[in-house]
Design a protein around this ligand. Structure first.
Ligand SMILES: Cc1cc2nc3c(=O)[nH]c(=O)nc-3n(C[C@H](O)[C@H](O)[C@H](O)COP(=O)(O)OP(=O)(O)OC[C@H]3O[C@@H](n4cnc5c(N)ncnc54)[C@H](O)[C@@H]3O)c2cc1C
Length: 446
């Protein structure tokens, strides 16, 4: 049984190495730091946290990322064990002493008898590496990114995300919004009412444009400015700054639409398009933005129909190397065009420390199953691990794929009538029973 080669010793690569080694498989973990640093990392430590020291909410009954924490703990996660051992006070959040956290991960990896850490940049995985995990993150080195692009095609590996906010479908006020496609044009699925439309009159539109222009924005990092993003991904507020009517002739154009409440064409419109096959998540078309998160909530909730909107993802634009995973990866995270390569972490189109480590956990387990000649079994979709995996490999729309955090909109609906907190609790309990059964089956199979 040959080793699993893992490229990248960040959150995902370290977790993948730990999981695979824990299942009895030898691992070679190739990390380029400190020989070569990225623009954001500062040390040679494994699993370095490049920005915040928070792994977000730890409340498994009321928060989707808290549930993911709990599922990872039950799955023997190294990242969660190191986080628990390095915890600092942060209310309901799990925040860590970043040095102690990375030191703990590194020490446990280096002490593991089945893991060898090699400090080198990999530009091209060697042909004999038939079971490789690429976990090189949002700042994958240029040479490896070029190799990946050579196989996936230029369109399938992005260097910037252009994230439009996402709204939970059941939080949209459909007494104000309505469903219609422009000119009632039939879409590929046969429907003529594929979009949710939120109308604005002249006064609302002018006020909205003024709010976009005045809203506080985040800046690009100095090093992000050297990689240009495309004119097609301009932030909404930049478009607004080009003229009072630019948005009304761009993403907010009202042509081909009639508001059933007034019988007339609105002055401007915000359109939302279905974002996942479950139909629970809808993205605001053309609304990628550098507005600060608080400003997005304040301004976007002034849109008619979105006063009570829940946003599982807010907008953003960052330097971020990621694949069009729903198009390129199979259900075990292998590249369809070259199944010797599996991907893990942020490069698969998940967003955040925890989600990246979670996909590393799954990739490590899948790679170990392959090395042992066993059939890998994915966690059920009702778990947070399974929901995240299913989103990036199957449920997300490949035509407009952008990175995603874990959120309740990724889970299959409950059969009961629960709402609000009761709904979150029911989803969490359903997830953990399914996860325990899955882990039990995996343990019995070993
Ligand atoms: C500037 C910035 C700030 C961020 N802030 C946050 C935040 O506050 N909270 C949050 O949750 N997420 C944040 N993120 C996202 C965060 O990077 C990811 O959530 C997480 O670190 C991704 O984990 P990963 O394992 O996929 O990648 P990483 O943790 O980045 O690990 C990838 C590893 O691969 C190595 N590598 C790259 N190319 C090669 C190569 N060719 N050969 C060998 N090794 C290679 C890198 O050195 C790195 O160690 C931020 C990202 C950036 C870029």
């Amino acid at each position: 049984m040959g080793p699993v080669h893992i490229i990248g010793g960040g959150l995902a690569g370290s977790e993948a190495a730990w999981q695979a080694a824990g299942l009895g498989v030898n691992v070679a973990l190739h990390e380029m730091r400190p020989v070569r640093l990225t623009d954001a990392h500062r040390t040679g430590r494994l699993a370095e946290l490049v920005c915040s020291n928070s792994l977000r909410s730890d409340d498994w009954e009321n928060n989707a990322v808290g549930l993911l924490h709990e599922e990872m703990r039950r799955s023997g996660s190294l990242i969660m064990a190191a986080a628990d051992a390095s915890k600092v006070p942060a209310g309901g959040a799990l925040a860590v002493d970043r040095e102690s956290f990375s030191e703990t991960v590194g020490a446990r990896i280096v002490a593991h008898p089945r893991i060898v850490v090699v400090r080198e940049e990999i530009a091209v995985p060697l042909p004999g590496w038939t079971n490789t995990i690429i976990a090189t993150g949002p700042l994958t080195s240029a040479a490896l990114a070029e190799t990946i692009r050579g196989i996936t095609g230029v369109e399938s590996l992005a260097f910037f995300d252009a994230i439009a906010p996402i709204v939970e479908r059941d939080s949209i006020d459909m007494d104000k919004a309505w469903m219609q496609s422009r000119y009632d044009k039939q879409g590929p699925g046969g429907g003529t009412a594929d979009y949710i439309n939120c109308p604005m009159n002249c006064e609302e539109y002018r006020g909205f444009v003024a709010a976009l222009l005045a809203g506080e924005k985040t800046e690009f990092h100095e090093w992000e400015r050297s990689t240009p993003y495309f004119e097609g991904c301009l932030p909404i507020e930049v478009m607004a700054s080009r003229g009072a009517d630019t948005l009304r002739f761009g993403p907010m154009k009202p042509v081909g639409l009639r508001n059933p409440l007034t019988g007339a064409r609105p002055y401007a419109v915000v359109q939302l398009r279905q974002d996942n096959s479950l139909g629970t998540l809808w993205n605001m078309v053309g609304f990628q933005t550098k507005l600060k998160h608080g400003e997005q909530l304040r301004i976007f909730r002034t849109i008619p129909g979105l006063a009570n909107a829940r946003f599982p993802r807010l907008g953003g634009i960052h330097r971020n190397t990621f694949l069009n995973a729903p198009r390129l990866l199979d259900c075990e995270l292998r590249l369809k065009a070259n199944p010797c390569w599996r991907f893990a972490g942020q490069i698969t189109g998940v967003e955040g420390y925890v989600e990246s480590a979670a996909i590393g956990l799954l990739a490590g387990r899948f790679a170990a199953a392959e090395a042992r000649g066993e059939t890998a079994v994915a966690p059920p979709q009702v778990t947070a691990l399974g929901a995240l995996l299913a989103h990036i490999t199957a449920n997300a729309d490949a035509k407009m794929f952008q990175p995603m955090n874990v959120n309740y909109g990724l889970f299959p609906a409950l059969s009961g009538p629960e709402r609000g907190r009761d709904k979150k609790k029911a989803l969490a309990h359903r997830a953990l029973s399914a996860l325990d059964a899955w882990l039990g089956d995996r343990a019995a199979a070993e």
